[in-house]
Design a protein around this ligand. Structure first.
Ligand SMILES: C[S@@+](CC[C@H](N)C(=O)[O-])C[C@H]1O[C@@H](n2cnc3c(N)ncnc32)[C@H](O)[C@@H]1O
Length: 284
């Protein structure tokens, strides 16, 4: 037992085939593999496996208790999962080797839908589109005159997403701005455009800049910003995480601000919601 406790405390890194977003589960898998190699009694190994199974069951249960996707959305998700990403990357068609894990998916999609519909948002902005899962999902719950503006740097994804989204009658509500997000955001600010709901989900080193321009220039009165990947696979709360990088830097910056309320929801890879205090009857 001491050995197990020691492994739990100091378990060494081991490459596993299936990585979880939750570093606690990855650590558990490392410990289990280590325990197996040390010939630890089977009851302990089975116990470790049962913990892993429970964590997976929890995720599956949440999925099963979330509304199902519309037909066009289910097709978009399926086509994104099955797309030959490795091939198109090797052929030089995409800027980077895309993994469908980057896609928000049905559960997170419904979280966004609830936020957009509960706030009666008519103008939504997304930073980082991929194949349009979140953009189309939000468009689905918006009125006919509602609009989602989404920013994407990769022209291959822009073409693909356009095709996938246009199979839905709601695809017409989505406008794609192609190019580096910071340029698109500056362009929107110059035109004085305002958005009721902003979903930021692009490159993580850009998070602070995206937030700053969205918050100061683009967020309509009463609006909400949602930042995806606020947990970033556990990096921000790991002891060896550099405080001035990517999502960690962004999270650390947010908590210094006195003019906002924020909440980090542990949904998938973490979604941080941010609103002006004055919009929540708070004093600045
Ligand atoms: C996590 S994915 C977005 C997932 C998407 N929001 C969804 O719901 O499925 C991040 C996307 O941001 C794009 N991206 C990365 N850097 C960017 C930049 N500087 N400007 C605009 N888009 C960028 C990537 O090409 C990728 O498609």
């Amino acid at each position: 037992m001491d050995g197990i406790i020691d492994l739990l405390k100091h378990g060494r890194k081991r490459k596993m085939s299936k990585r979880s977003r939750d570093p606690a589960i990855n650590k558990l898998r490392e410990v289990k593999a280590e325990a197996e190699s040390l010939g630890i009694p089977e009851t302990i190994i089975n116990g470790l496996q049962a913990v892993d199974d429970l964590a997976t069951a929890r995720e599956d249960y949440c999925d099963s208790k979330t509304s199902t996707a519309s037909e066009p959305m289910a097709a978009l998700i399926k086509d994104t999962l099955e797309h030959p990403w490795q091939n198109v990357y090797e052929e030089g068609k995409t800027a980077w080797n895309i993994t469908p894990r980057m896609m928000s998916g049905n559960l997170e999609g419904y979280v966004l839908k609830f936020l957009v519909s509960a706030s009666k948002s008519k103008n939504v902005l997304e930073v980082g589109m991929l194949t349009g899962c979140a953009a189309l999902g939000m468009a689905e719950v918006m009125p006919d005159d509602g609009k989602v503006v989404t920013c994407e740097i990769d022209p291959y994804l822009v073409d693909l997403a356009r095709k996938l989204m246009d199979r839905s009658p709601h695809g017409k509500k989505v406008e794609i701005l192609t190019g580096p997000a910071i340029e698109s955001l500056n362009g929107l600010a110059k035109k004085n455009q305002k958005f009721d709901f902003i979903f930021i989900d692009a490159d993580k080193p850009g998070y602070c800049d995206y937030f700053n321009i969205c918050f100061s220039e683009l967020l309509a009165p009463g609006g909400t910003i949602a930042m995806d990947n606020a947990l970033f696979g556990g990096k921000p709360y790991m002891e060896d995480s550099p405080p001035n990088e990517g999502v960690t830097k962004f999270n650390n910056m947010i908590v210094t601000r006195k003019d906002i309320y924020y909440v980090l929801m542990p949904i998938r890879d973490g979604i941080m919601l941010i609103r002006r205090k004055e919009d929540m009857n708070g004093t600045v």
